[in-house]
Write a protein that binds this ligand. Sequence first.
Ligand code: RNT
Ligand code: ZN
Length: 414
Amino acid sequence: MSNCFENAKKFYAGIGVDVEAAFARLNEIPVSMHCWQGDDVAGFENAGSLDGGLAVTGNYPGRARNAAELRADIAEVLKLIPGKKRLNIHAIYAETNGKKVDRNELDVSHFANWLDFAEEQNLGLDFNPTFFAHPLATEGTLSSADDNVRKFWVEHGIACRKIAEAFGKRLNNTCVTNFWIPDGSKDTPYDRLAPRRRLKDSLDAMFAETIDRKYNIDAVECKLFGIGAESCTVGSHEFYMGYAVANNKALCLDAGHFHPTEVISDKISSALLFVEDVLLHVSRGVRWDSDHVVCWDNELQAIASEIIRHGFEKRVHIGLDYFDASINRLAAWSIGMRNTYKALLFALLEPAELLAEAEKKNDRSARLLLLEELKNLPFAPIWAEYCDRCGVPGGFEVLERIRKYENDVLSKRG
Ligand code: RNT
Ligand code: ZN
């Protein structure tokens, strides 16, 4: 324990903040790491190119080419991230032993290695059906006008919910399953209602079977627009806010899925008055839904503070969602994950009593001053101590470890 830490801890105690209690609370807050940063959302189906409006830019060497490589990279990066971690995978990461298994035929046996890995690494698993990068996803999926196309995707959704339930049971740990449906229209549609009605009916069919919330929680993710869906996204915010409230689903808020000046940190407190759970896709849009690596910026801090100030950590499921192929992929993962825990720890060190009192007294000057001053408190030694206690390196050493892995492992991939 460094002197710097001891002094910083005393400083925080002086403003009514218990650092040890903050550590203990942080230890119980999981952040779900998305597996798809490691292979540029490719998956193992060899289905061809990515679509659904998703765009991964960059060609940094060392992309994981198969499940074994992806898991090895994940195992390595987990050693660089403090805190209680989860892992989030997509249906396209199924392992079918070279056999063609279409998405509506997937079952938990195709994820046996992921389950073993999760158990070994002591990770909860989260899941996502994959409604993109598939020959039947070119003209819409769950909202398609073609009955056969809709049927196929409903079956996929049902298969995925069963897989998620099996994850939850085997790991004794609730799986959060996120449904993101890319359907939309590049140009102005004449009828916006019909595809929305079809999407609603498909969701109803997919969710018809009740699954114990102990094993699986379904979340639905809205979006403002995507590449190829600029003029209308069927699953808009109003659509899914309504759907989640009416059907007791979790609402997934992706930081990149709204107007550029609209923030999800402001949505959490409203959404949680009407739905039981919120899933976050923490991401960083630069000018658009660009899925940049999560930085410790004002919005990330605001998201973390919203969760901590209201004790929402059991109802807000934090997941990351970005993909940057222009930098080392382990760097991308570890920077975003570490920043998320950093923001949570920073939020846990807010002088809650002083702030609440200022607001209660309507002392806006004190509130502003406190909120500004706390940006300048001795946070760095507290974060360093937390990393140390979790047995993970500090920031600069992370870089050395990544360089070594790049040299020993990634650079040898073709
Ligand atoms: C796309 C959504 C969705 C995906 C992942 C891969 O805009 O954000 O969550 O990024 O499912
Ligand atoms: Zn997302």
